[in-house]
Every structure is written in C-alpha cells, then in structure tokens.
Design a protein around this ligand. Structure first.
Ligand code: PLP
Length: 375
C-alpha cells in the first residue's frame, strides 16, 4: 500500500463512483484515463484489465502462448506469480525441494496441480543468463522452445534480490533472439520501484508487463500490457480475455485517483528519501553489532536480509538465510507496534503517509534485537 491506508483522495473518488453506480460490465472513462497513464509510464501501448495479479499473469501467459504458438513457460526458481496452475511450480517454500540447475526439475507447489501442466513449466535460477539460454535451447518433451519467460525484474518474495549488472540486458537479448516473449511480472515492482516500475528503474524493455496490488490502491485490480503486435491476439478475438469484474468501476476510480493525484513525482521523492534513511539506519545497526545480514532496496521497496552471504538467487537465499533471526525480528517489530507482512520472506513497502518517526521505529526494533543478542 504505497498509497497508505484510507487515503482521502482515493476515498473521495470511490464515494463519487459509488453514487454513479459500480457495475456495468462495460468500461468507464476511468479505464481509458488509467490506460493512457500506464502507457505514459511504461511506454507500452495496449492494456487489458483483470481483478488480481494471478489473473494478470494467467492472461499474459495465454496471450504469449497464442502469439508464439508454443506451450512451455519459463520462470525463475523460487518466484511467485499467483495461484493458477501454470505458475504454481518451483516456488519458494519450506516444503519444496528444487532440483540442480541442470537437472531441470519442476516441482508443483501444493496438491491438485496436473502433472501435465507442471511439465510445461520449467524454472531457471535468477541472475544466471547462461542457464536461461542453455534451457531455452534444450528442447522440452514437447520439442518446443518456451512461449515466454515470466519473471520479476527484481524478485520480491525472497526478501529482495537485485539484478547483477548486465543480467536483465542479457535476458532481453536472449529472449529476443529466440523469439520468446519476455513478461516482467510487475505486480509488486510496478508503481513501487519507480513511477514506471522496474522497466523505468532498470531501463530494460520487456514485451509484456503485468500489474496489480498498488495499481488498485487497496481495491482488486490488475492489468496486462503489451505491444500492439502481441496484444493483437486479444484484439482479433482469438484470445478470450474477459471477466465480469474486469476493470470494475470502483477499482478503476481508485487507480485513476492514485495515478493522477497520489503517486506524483513528490510522492516518489518522499518514499525514496525515507527508504534511504531506513536502509542506512538498518545497515548501521547490522554493522555495529556484527549481525549476519544487510539491508537494501529501491524506490518504496526494501528489506533486511538475515544471511551470512549476499543472496543472489533462491538457492543462495535458501542456503544462507537465518530464519530464526527473521522470526525473532518480526516479533521484535510486532511487540513494538510495527506490523510487517507476516510472511518473514516479504520485503517492505513504504507509503506516502509514512514518516521519519515510522521508519525510525523499525530501525529501533532492529537495534533492540541486536543489542539483546550481543554477547
Ligand atoms: N505476481 C507477483 C509477483 C506477486 O507477488 C503476486 C502476489 O503476491 C501475484 C503475482 C499474484 O497476485 P494476486 O495475489 O493479486 O493474485
């Protein structure tokens, strides 16, 4: 919630929308204004709406499959892209084992996912363009290259991992050369890493982008964006991309007011300044007390990763993270009135309503933890 909770501007837009009606199963003017704003921020011309991030990634994959005529999907080990079958594979989790990079084992996350779907999805390590190319070149059982690579430009559910210099550029070059659609899943990074998400932050242009979370300002909303060419399969009706509540008027009103009046250049300056302050304060505590870990972040996003070594992908995250320290820190925060996401592997998101006092309270909880653990 980079907008903070119950933002008055969004509240006013929602009340006004409610008075006019909330469901027509047809686009409202807000849908057009939001699409224009997304086009401006991402330099991506065509957008379709959904109600969630899961629907956005599901639709993006279907569009990529229809456009390329291929079925396999490539993702990154440990990454989460929603709860539909094609992406519930090789996700970070306590009860999952991942294969060696070359063994190419796809692991379903939870029961009820058909093996045939799991076999169509394979994962490669983050920050490793060589493995990606190797896997794209290696024919699958079905004998085809992947339709798409779906990835977060900077993975968020293993705390936060940044791309090594040149990695995203290499991914772009490899996917382009092999005719593989590159989808940046920006459900988390969109509108948080920068006004134009990871695309603006890292300057690498995917073929498609998926959005949700921040886009709806607290209401259910998602979006899929792509080039005229790729999205032509929706326009010509060959891909069925619909839903009763897709682009629903309440979500669109929240998105419009967020994009035009809340997530302004000043708002980004504010969260970035606070983020620098918070990351700096956390690193100072970690250094002073010699706790194994580091803090990093971009835009409104950041984290403290408790790990002996720098984490560069899911494998090194699993090998190095200190889960006991993470749990304890969560409790130290909670007991001091700082409620962070209950899943200890999540990053933080600063909001336009956060203050220096709020971020200092977080750093102070870390200080208390470090001081109590000091010999
Ligand atoms: N993609 C990413 C990167 C996510 O983090 C999530 C949710 O956490 C999703 C997709 C799924 O979004 P939703 O929970 O709205 O279905």
């Amino acid at each position: 919630m980079i907008q903070g909770h119950a933002h008055p501007v969004i509240g006013a837009a929602i009340r006004e929308r409610y008075e006019k009606g909330t469901h027509f199963a047809a686009p409202t003017e807000d849908s057009v204004v939001v699409a224009e704003e997304l086009k401006r921020r991402w330099q991506i011309p065509q957008w379709r709406y959904t109600n969630s991030g899961s629907e956005a990634t599901m639709d993006a994959i279907r569009i990529a499959r229809a456009y390329t005529g291929r079925e396999p999907v490539m993702k990154i080990f440990g990454s989460y892209h929603g709860h539909h079958d094609s992406v519930m594979v090789s996700i970070a989790g306590e009860y999952e084992e991942i294969g060696e990079p070359d063994a190419l084992v796809s692991v379903p996350y939870g029961a009820g996912i058909p093996r045939s779907t799991v076999d169509l999805t394979f994962a490669v390590p983050y920050n490793d363009a060589r493995s990606m190319e190797h896997r794209i070149e290696k024919p699958t059982k079905e004998g085809s290259k992947p339709a798409c690579v779906i990835m977060e430009a900077s993975p968020m559910n293993m705390r936060l991992i940044l791309p090594e210099p040149g990695y995203l550029e290499a991914v772009r070059e490899i996917t382009e050369r092999h005719g593989v659609i590159l989808i940046f899943d920006e459900v988390k990074t969109g509108l948080t890493l920068a006004a134009g998400g990871a695309v603006e932050r890292f300057g690498v242009r995917p073929d498609m982008v998926t959005l949700a979370k921040t886009l709806g300002g607290g209401f259910p909303l998602g979006a899929v964006g792509g080039s005229e060419d790729v999205m032509s399969v929706v326009k010509d009706g060959s891909v069925y991309q619909v839903g009763t509540y897709n682009g629903n008027p309440l979500g669109m009103a929240a998105a419009r007011s967020s994009l035009t009046d809340v997530l302004t250049p000043d708002a980004y300056r504010h969260v970035e300044r606070l983020n620098d302050r918070l990351i700096g304060a956390c690193n100072k505590v970690l250094d002073e007390f010699g706790l194994p870990g580091y803090s990093l972040g971009l835009g409104a996003k950041g984290c403290v990763t408790f790990a002996a070594e720098k984490v560069t992908d899911y494998r090194s995250f699993q090998a190095n993270r200190d889960t006991d320290l993470s749990r304890l820190f969560w409790l130290y925060c909670f007991n001091r009135g700082v409620f962070t996401a209950p899943n200890r592997d999540q990053e933080w998101t600063l909001s336009v309503t956060h203050t220096e006092q709020a971020v200092d309270a977080y750093a102070s909880a870390l200080h208390d933890l470090a001081a109590d653990l000091a010999p």
